[in-house]
Design a protein around this ligand. Sequence first.
Ligand code: ADP
Ligand code: ADP
Length: 226
Amino acid sequence: MSTVTLSNIAKAYPNGYQAVHKLNLDIQDGEMVVLVGPSGCGKSTLLRMIAGLEEITSGELTIDGSIVNHLEPGERDIAMVFQNYALYPHMTIYNNMAYGLRNRKTPKAEIHRLVTEAAEMLELSELLERKPKELSGGQKQRVAMGRAIVREPKVFLFDEPLSNLDAKLRVQMRLQIKKLQRRLGTTSIYVTHDQVEAMTLADKLVVLNKGNVEQVGRPIEIYDRP
Ligand code: ADP
Ligand code: ADP
């Protein structure tokens, strides 16, 4: 069970700019919420506050009923998948996926099980000894997802994970992400500016505008059908 609740969450940057206004949002267990909205509307600020990468100015962020505002990113049981993959170039794919688990002193055999399982799910088993520079963009993105999956987090955060891929790969990866999220049942928050991606992935769509929630609903309630 992992529910995420945002109660009156706000962000004012040190220069005084109010990027997110008192924002309320309930995310159910296993739900995939997609945040959309024009550039500058506060999507990544919100995601980074949830991840713990940006301080929450006011309001409460709770995961499974516990306030996590003051927890460090590593203590929040959240894994984030970035647009630029953020892989370690000098490490093999295996070690890229194992890195976070080693830091948490996970036993070796358990790391091995988690990494091999994730690699299988993501069709990376043949690539584990390679370095990131020997992989295609789509493969690197799958490694970035693998690294999130092995941590078995309560929540996945996706920050425009597909925007560096070409159109064809984006479609493939979109379907793969959807399948994985269903299979793992992990509560997920996904930021994109791609309307098709949002339509396909979202259980619940949240449209942001100037730091406020403009609309919340199922995709068909928000976008007109053709
Ligand atoms: P989005 O992800 O929707 O494009 P952001 O969350 O990146 O939007 O930014 C929201 C607003 O906050 C923008 O107007 C942006 O210029 C502003 N902003 C982002 N980071 C900072 C910062 N460190 N200091 C001041 N303003 C910022
Ligand atoms: P260490 O130097 O601490 O042993 P390694 O990176 O060599 O760290 O590997 C850690 C463990 O993961 C070892 O047990 C190793 O056999 C295993 N391992 C590394 N790469 C792979 C791989 N591609 N497939 C399966 N197991 C691997």
